[in-house]
Design a binder for this molecule. Structure first.
Ligand code: NDP
Length: 480
């Protein structure tokens, strides 16, 4: 019998997706550049379902039912183009090539167009949930032509995580939109993790708590609106003992964060679109600063840091950190969703952001109770200007505001860096001012560059001859 779906690239993610499909009853064709991975998968997990391994791509393609559908799960970048180039001569019109890796959305846009010209259908599908998600049910974000998605939807929706009987997979939009939404998901994941790390640093450095005590605090937050996968695993990571030292494992881990690039892509795209994305961008920069460990070591000698002594947190102090974290998290999500709104408009994708929130409720790394609230906010309209202005989030941020300010002041006072907490608060303070200070900026720009400005009390653009006679002239042609 011919297979329903194929998987190319059988490292952790590909192997687990293949097993997931087989366990759901689909026949799965397998191919990996080095055959060893294919053999290992079949010998270890062959009993889980129907696998058809091939040693070459031609055999792989021949083992698929038409129109063929195959998921590429290889290293992002050039390897995806290499695999596609090898595949194209073997495929027939209407076949569907799905890239499930972490590809840059503009690469997916290009591949979508290139394959369309060849009569083939391309789906760029973001897959979130790490290796466990891939096996047990990830969140999947497929972008491409809707009819192509409809053909694979029965498989994708069965393989995805399920929340309240709904699959965590849905059609996202044209071209590279699936990978775009996955990119923003990862960006939000960066911000979420940075906020958790800042809360940890406050407890550790300002209040002198040990990892076990901090774990207990995070565990208590499970019963709040912060309830999420990332808060759950924070508790587990903090609790883990190091058999070597007898202390907490986290205290033995080097404080240098690595990054594979999706956070950076999200921030760079926000700059392109002109969207104020402070939370995610600060998270990317915080990882960059963490990577300068030798420099930080030198700096601490010359610019000494002294942790405060003897500050014992009250329950109110602990709750304040929770509220500051929650408010900052709302800002990070509001910014990420605003970025998707801007992208949807600029790139013509017609994203359904309520559906995006829906498929992020399970399977993926940022899955959280909170996403139900975002989904509700988008029920009425896909084009709300900013989540913070929606009733639930507005109330939450207003309620948290005093604690948020108190926590930011505490950190600033004691010299503890909280780039995501503090920039989120600054963004919030900038957002709620109908009149900000950019009037002066415009004056400066007009002074040195004759860039002109507009006036509150008159139509048109104006320039002042600052260093000549000081008079103001209108620079546009007044319309009748
Ligand atoms: P890797 O990213 O480590 O890639 C290894 C796989 O790519 C192997 O199957 C390898 O084949 C294949 N490969 C590399 N170069 C080529 C090439 N030029 N031609 C053909 N095959 C090639 O695997 P992962 O499973 O970790 O990830 C797969 C994709 O999923 C990536 O895009 C990743 O970013 C994404 N992803 C990963 C997650 C994770 O938690 N790991 C989570 C979500 C997405 P060979 O065995 O022959 O070397």
């Amino acid at each position: 019998d011919l297979c329903d779906i194929g998987v190319i690239g059988l490292a952790v993610m590909g192997a687990n997706l293949a097993r997931n499909a087989a366990r759901k009853g689909f026949g799965v064709a397998l191919y990996n550049r080095h055959g060893g991975r294919t053999d290992a998968l079949v010998s270890e997990f062959g009993h889980e379902g129907r696998f058809v391994p091939s040693k070459d791509l031609a055999g792989f393609v021949a083992s698929l039912a038409k129109p063929r559908a195959m998921i590429i799960m290889v290293k992002a970048g050039k390897p995806v183009d290499d695999v596609i180039a090898d595949l194209v001569p073997l495929l027939d019109e209407g076949d569907i090539v799905i890239d499930g890796g972490n590809s840059l959305f503009s690469d997916s846009d290009r591949r979508y167009r290139e394959l369309k010209e060849k009569g083939l259908r391309f789906i760029g599908m973001g897959v979130s949930g790490g290796e466990e998600g891939a096996l047990l049910g990830p969140s999947m974000m497929p972008g491409g032509e809707r009819e192509a998605y409809e053909r694979i939807a029965p498989m994708v929706t069965k393989m995805a995580a399920q929340v309240d009987g709904e699959p965590c997979a849905t059609y996202i939009g044209l071209g590279g939109s699936g990978h775009y939404v996955k990119m923003v998901h990862n960006g939000i994941e960066y911000a979420d993790m940075q906020l958790i790390t800042e809360a940890y640093d406050l407890f550790k450095t300002v209040y002198g708590l040990d990892a076990a005590a901090i774990a207990d605090i995070f565990e208590g937050w499970k019963s709040s609106d912060l309830d999420s996968y990332l808060i759950d695993i924070t508790t587990e990571v903090l609790k883990k003992r190091d058999p070597k030292t007898g202390g907490a494992l986290v205290d033995s881990i080097v404080d240098e964060a690595e990054q594979k690039g999706t956070g950076r892509w999200t921030a760079a795209n926000a700059l392109d679109l002109g969207v104020p994305l402070t939370g995610i961008t600060e998270a990317v920069f915080a990882r960059a600063l963490s990577g300068r460990r030798a420099l930080r070591g030198e700096a601490e000698k010359l610019l000494p840091f002294r942790a405060p002594a003897g500050l014992k947190p009250s329950q109110a102090d602990i709750d304040a950190v929770r509220d500051a974290l929650y408010a900052s998290k709302i800002i990070a999500y509001a910014q990420g969703f605003e970025q998707m709104t801007a992208a949807s408009k600029d790139y013509g994708w017609e994203l359904k952001l309520g559906e995006v929130a829906t498929i992020w409720r399970g399977g993926c790394i940022i899955r959280a109770r909170f996403l139900d609230r975002i989904r509700d906010a988008y029920k009425a309209s896909d084009s709300i200007p900013n989540l913070v202005l929606e009733d639930y989030f507005r109330d939450a941020v207003l309620a948290a505001e005093p604690a948020w300010r108190k926590v930011v002041m505490l950190a600033v006072q004691h010299g503890v860096a909280i780039p995501a907490f503090s920039s989120s608060l600054s963004y919030y303070d900038g957002l709620r001012r109908s009149r900000g200070p950019a009037n002066l900026l415009q004056g400066l720009r007009d002074y040195f560059g004759a860039h002109t400005y507009r006036r509150f009390d008159a139509e048109g653009s104006f320039h002042t001859r600052w260093s000549q006679d000081g008079s103001e002239i209108r620079t546009d042609t007044p319309s009748e």
